[in-house]
Ligand binder design. Structure first.
Ligand SMILES: *[C@@H]1O[C@H](CO)[C@@H](O)[C@H](O)[C@H]1NC(C)=O
Ligand SMILES: *[C@@H]1O[C@H](CO)[C@@H](O)[C@H](O)[C@H]1NC(C)=O
Ligand SMILES: *[C@@H]1O[C@H](CO)[C@@H](O)[C@H](O)[C@H]1NC(C)=O
Length: 407
């Protein structure tokens, strides 16, 4: 933990003028009180600007630490606030009519007398299977209920227009009133890329593999560069790619192909790079997470590398994001951050290696300790039992549905 004196040191660092110090000296560690941080090739003017930015960042870290209350619970109740806020919209009760009014927004499910029923067709069968794994497992504990589960990436219930009603979606922004559920991809139906042609695969096995790797890769052995591989699902990713082309010493970030790829224009006028497995990411000290179409499944995986994660944008959420705090578990980056501001932030991390390492370790612990498959099941159970309490009717079996059984 940081002691109070570091706050004073920040001020000293800011005041003194252009004595340059080596790239990895840190004002935080207190060894060099009269240094201006910054690399020797970026002389005075830039160093001064960067230094004032660094003060802002250090202040953000301090404030985050002062305000952070770790959740001591070992079950999934650290995420309870997410359920409360998602269900708040429906606090006055959920009628059959309200559910019927949004049934085209997803797949209808019912639990009746501890059996599971579903619309005959599911838009994405592998995603439904990933969801049903958890529902089937919980059946003995579930009350009768009825719900609409959206398996598309995109949320459905906008605050200001369109339909209104309870629809479950895996990811949303604050503009939406969907109820978040743990994504199918924790079990199956994750995105299929050429590296993982049958989907990225079960979370528990990735978690074990990456969790071990995160522990066994030493921080100092990691390549001190910002690493990213992914397709161009959003132009928010461009500034880092451009930074990497300009400064390969700072970043190694390249676009890969996706199904929509037609020419190099789709990879920002460069040939597509090979996809890189999560394990390879762990070799790098700094890892970038960008949203894709919605929240990215990448986030929870790369946090287990015990590398420092730069999480871009705070709009797109999944149920567990509420327990991850900026400057505690990751470095937050504005969705619209420019190439220069990304460069500055990465250099800040390079210049505050102890702090970077500590944030990397916090990120690891948050996922390793609190995002097991058992937490995912626990969340489903809490979510569905609290949702069922809001139903103002007793669900009766809809004969158009088919029964879903354990495979
Ligand atoms: C970082 O500091 C260590 C000692 O603290 C030194 O051996 C190393 O050369 C420095 N690296 C750079 C890039 O300045
Ligand atoms: C990694 O190390 C931490 C702290 O020593 C430990 O609690 C955790 O179980 C380890 N993870 C794995 C996958 O062994
Ligand atoms: C970038 O986004 C932040 C918050 O998301 C906003 O405050 C800021 O004005 C935006 N900057 C630009 C240049 O659009």
């Amino acid at each position: 933990m940081v002691n109070i004196s570091y706050f004073l040191l920040i001020c000293f660092c800011g005041i003194s003028t252009f004595e340059l110090c080596s790239a990895n000296q840190s004002c935080l560690n207190g060894r060099n009180e009269n240094c201006v941080e910054g690399k020797s090739h970026e002389i005075n003017k830039y160093s001064k600007e960067a230094n004032s930015k660094y003060k802002d960042y250090l202040y953000s870290v301090k404030r985050a630490r002062d305000n952070y209350i770790p959740c001591e619970k070992t079950d999934c109740t650290c995420y309870e606030g997410t359920i409360t806020s998602d269900l708040f919209t429906f606090k006055d009760g959920i009628t059959q009519e309200l559910i019927d009014s949004v049934k085209t927004k997803g797949t209808k499910y019912q639990v009746i007398s501890n059996r599971l029923y579903r619309d005959k067709n599911c838009m994405f069968p592998a995603r439904c299977a990933g969801i049903e794994h958890f529902l089937l497992e919980l059946l003995p504990k579930l009350p009768d209920l009825e719900l609409i589960i959206n398996t598309r990436d995109w949320p459905q219930i906008h605050k200001n227009y369109g339909a209104f009603g309870p629809v479950f979606s895996f990811s949303k922004t604050p503009e939406y009133q969907d109820i978040m559920y743990p994504a199918w991809a924790f079990w199956e139906g994750g995105p299929a890329i050429s590296l993982y042609p049958r989907g990225i695969g079960r979370w528990d096995s990735h978690r074990n593999k990456l969790g071990k790797l995160g522990n066994s890769t030493s921080w100092s052995a990691k390549v001190p560069k910002a690493f990213f591989r992914g397709s161009r699902t959003s132009s928010e990713r461009d500034p880092l790619i451009l930074l990497s082309r300009e400064n390969p010493d700072i970043a190694d970030a390249q676009y890969t192909k996706n199904q929509a790829w037609k020419s190099d224009a789709d990879t920002l006028h460069a040939p597509p790079a090979e996809e890189v497995p999560f394990e390879e990411h762990c070799k790098y000290k700094y890892l970038f997470n960008f949203r894709g179409v919605a929240a990215s499944f990448r986030f929870k995986h790369i946090l287990l590398c015990k590398s420092l994660v730069f999480h871009v944008g705070n709009e797109w959420q999944e149920f567990f994001y509420s327990a991850l705090k900026p400057w505690i578990h990751y470095i937050p980056v504005d969705a619209n951050a420019s190439k220069e501001s990304i460069r500055e932030l990465v250099e800040f991390a390079m210049n505050h290696d102890d702090m970077a390492r500590e944030i990397a370790e916090n990120g690891y612990k948050a996922i390793w300790n609190s995002l097991k498959l058992s937490h995912v099941s626990c969340y489903w159970e809490r979510l569905l039992s609290r949702y069922a309490e809001l139903l103002s009717f007793r669900p009766e079996l809809d004969n158009n549905l088919i029964e879903i059984k354990q495979k």
